[in-house]
Design a protein around this ligand. Sequence first.
Ligand SMILES: Cc1ncc(COP(=O)(O)OP(=O)(O)O)c(N)n1
Ligand SMILES: Cc1ncsc1CCOP(=O)(O)O
Ligand SMILES: [Mg+2]
Length: 377
Amino acid sequence: MTQPPFPDHATSPGHRRQAIMRILDANANRAAEGLRAMEETARFVLDASSMTQQLKSLRHDFASALLRLPRSECLAARDSGQDVGTTVSTESEQQRTTATQIVAAAAGRTQQAMRCLEEYGKIVDVTFAGEIEQLRYRCYDVCARLEQVCLGGSDRFHRLQQARLYALVDACASEAAMIQRMVSLADAGVDIIQLRDSNVDDRTLFTRAVAGANAAKDLGVLWIINDRADIAAASGADGVHVGQDELPVAQVRRIVGADAIIGLSTHDIDQVHDAIASTADYIGCGPVFPGNTKKFDAYPGCDLLRQVTDVSCDPLTPVAFAIGGIIPSNVSEVVAAGFGRVAVTGALCVGSESQAAGELLAQLRSVTLSSSEELVS
Ligand SMILES: Cc1ncc(COP(=O)(O)OP(=O)(O)O)c(N)n1
Ligand SMILES: Cc1ncsc1CCOP(=O)(O)O
Ligand SMILES: [Mg+2]
């Protein structure tokens, strides 16, 4: 079937010129809106200052390039009322549940709009088209990095949501011994490993933190540094754990950034409520039972666990790990209090990690994990 000819009015030079101005106007708006949407995610969701700056610079340079277009002609050509595209929609355009999806849609829209501006801009001003081409290449890089950060961060937080068994690694004789311990714990089914070694100097702690971060990626476990936000940030660890006597979570967040995990110790329900109001991503709740690793004056025990379970219906409640003296013979009490996640040290003795981890996990898996939706996931 032969295609119907262009409508007569579409072939007049005046119409063609107006149509090109409409295309340039529409795509200038699309690109600017997409850049702004991505900048908002970088700024308000990820707290990523450098990426926010890159996107702001790109948006401003784009606005400067647009000054080469005949603005009044573009505005005169705008005719949203007659735009047949305003009534054309797809189901996927309406589906947005996370910032990552918004970023992906905005990135695609911006890159496509810049391509259209470049191609149709050649008809009007080849210098303008060349400037848009360079901005398009910059856009590819920034958009890719922003999507990676969103995806990378959410993967870390998704794995945290799924974690059940968390091991604290105390003093190791050497880096090699620490790595070997990590391999044994990961092979036993541990999801998160924390480097908790106050017996070494900062340089040694940092070196081991870096080595552990690399090993953790290979082993598929999350790597957390105890107490030291600076070393966690500098070493590429997945996050840091702080107690009530260390830096406040707000200050820790400024050091480690939005896509790192922050854990906070809690010993009573008021501290749990404070944690919910903070940007802490998980909490340690205890000490539950007396143990050999750390001594306490008081043990809030399973009563605290039951109180935490009661508030866990709040969707913003951080992931909660019971901690303190937990071993296979008493974990049933932790499970009965509603906890499916524990953090342990002494229970996973060197050489018998698999046996102990298997016994702990067998009971913990009887508890269904609640998972709050991540904004960036
Ligand atoms: C997962 C987890 N929970 C609690 C703690 C205890 O942290 P903190 O109260 O800071 O005590 P120290 O570990 O620093 O002695 C933890 N480290 N990890
Ligand atoms: C560091 C810490 N904080 C509360 S309990 C504890 C020690 C956990 O070790 P264990 O599981 O051997 O009691
Ligand atoms: Mg501490």
